[in-house]
Design a protein around this ligand. Structure first.
Ligand SMILES: Nc1nc2c(ncn2[C@@H]2O[C@H](COP(=O)(O)OP(=O)(O)OP(=O)(O)O)[C@@H](O)[C@H]2O)c(=O)[nH]1
Ligand SMILES: [Mg+2]
Length: 407
């Protein structure tokens, strides 16, 4: 599903603040040139190594953002561009500085949705004041560290880096990556009913087609009522079938058991959702009891098909499956959830095709912190229809991870 990659961490700040010295501390060796000449590091430099207690990482050391002159300005542009490359930024500050240089960097991190931490370096010379700590620890900042590279161990910094790097930093995601190979045939079952938008396919379907082509696979797109005849007539054995979640049962009956079958929604859940948590959360449907509240999170506010599935179908299916009297709330778009998240016994997130991975993970963060079980639209539908194991199997190597006890 994804290619392993090393998380990228960038060091930013004014010249001479000790960015390169911090790189060396983290690497536990002299990988970067350090000197008291302001402007030692000129271009962004990538250093790939293993941080003890953390693992492999790519550190990007940059030129100071307060560089001057014609050449200096060019360096600053390069430094700012490097923000795009990093999964986490470390802003290195000394002497309680908090002026334009720092503010502009923070603004750029926020604009690019890049998590950042702040290191107050050279604290052996000047300690940060409480006022400074309070001032810099604004929304979006994942934490501050009082540090010096002379005699401080980097352990606390490494722990903060670990905590602040998003999961997405460890992989380059591909929707179908590990599921299909060169020349494989993928069957995409897409109902064209009244809920289908006029004259086009919906985003997850388009994304799946594109991803299959990127993986040099061959796509066959057909409606659910054509599947039986097609398989019989063509003698083609697809490597994978992907169906719209709403016709899971029909697809399950039509697609021979030796062909992996999943849904667009589960594909997306695995691609950009919190899949491991969804796997843990889905079987919690069985624990729902009379009076429990279920929250359905829809990421878009305009899609009629999702609207109906979130507001009508999923509640109906869950109620039928559990036989319990449950309360359902639907929150659309990125609207605020009015009730405290702890009021909910289960959260069901849609495929989130309209929002970014970062937005989705931010949105689910609170639920995760409050230990409220989370699942996904497609996984819920598969679960209550009794085809969950088959639907998630393509993504799960070890069957135990699926939580088959309930089956
Ligand atoms: N006292 C003290 N000096 C430090 C500390 N960290 C770095 N230095 C010194 O500060 C100077 C600049 O350090 P560098 O690591 O080169 O700083 P930099 O931010 O990479 O600088 P540029 O590459 O010029 O932007 C060097 O002389 C370091 O030895 C620290 O925590 N305390
Ligand atoms: Mg440097």
């Amino acid at each position: 599903m994804s290619k392993d990659r090393k998380p990228h961490v960038g060091l930013f700040g004014r010249r001479n603040n000790g960015k390169s010295s911090i790189v060396n501390r983290l690497a536990n060796q002299e990988v970067a040139i350090v000197s008291d000449y302001a402007g030692t590091t000129t271009d962004p430099v990538k250093k790939s190594f293993e941080i003890s207690g953390f693992g492999p990482v790519v550190l990007i050391d940059t030129a100071g953002v307060d560089d001057e002159g014609e050449l200096g300005k060019k360096r600053v542009v390069k430094t700012m561009q490097a923000i795009k490359l990093v999964d986490l930024a470390i802003l290195v500050v000394v002497n309680n500085e908090w002026a334009n240089e720092e503010k502009q960097l923070v603004e750029a991190f926020q604009k690019q949705d890049t998590p950042y931490i702040i290191v107050h370096n050279k604290s052996d010379l000047n300690k940060p004041t409480d006022t400074w700590i309070e001032r810099v620890n604004i929304k979006g900042c994942s934490g501050t560290i009082v540090f010096n590279t002379i005699d401080n161990k980097p352990d606390e910094l490494i722990t903060l880096i670990k905590k602040s790097i998003p999961e997405s930093a460890y992989s380059t995601p591909s929707l179908l990556g590990d599921l299909v190979r060169y020349g494989d045939i993928v069957l995409l079952i897409t109902p064209i009913d009244i809920e289908a938008p006029e004259g086009r396919l919906i985003l997850p379907q388009v994304q799946a087609i594109r991803d299959a082509l990127d993986n040099d696979a061959i796509c066959i797109v057909l409606k659910e009522r054509e599947v039986d005849a097609f398989l019989k007539k063509s003698a083609i054995k697809p490597a994978l079938a992907i169906t719209d979640s709403q016709i899971f049962l029909k697809a399950d009956a039509s697609i021979p058991k030796d062909i992996p079958l999943t849904s667009f929604s589960i594909l997306l859940a695995h691609f950009k959702g919190d899949f491991d948590n969804y796997l843990k959360g889905t079987p919690k449907i069985d624990d729902l009891d009379n009076g429990d509240r279920v929250l359905l999170l829809e990421s878009c506010s305009h899609h009629v098909a999702c609207d109906d599935i979130g507001r009508v179908k999923i509640p109906r299916w869950i109620s039928t499956y559990t036989g319990k009297n449950l309360q359902y709330d639907v929150v659309a778009g990125l609207d605020k959830v009015e009730r405290p998240i702890g009021d909910y016994s289960l959260i069901i997130q849609c495929g989130a095709c309209m929002i970014t991975r970062k937005q989705l993970h931010n949105r689910l963060g609170e639920a995760k912190d409050s230990n409220v079980p989370i699942t996904n639209y497609g996984m819920t539908i598969a679960y209550v229809q009794g085809i969950y194991q088959r639907a998630v199997a393509p993504f799960v190597q070890n069957q135990k991870e699926i939580g088959t006890d309930y089956l």
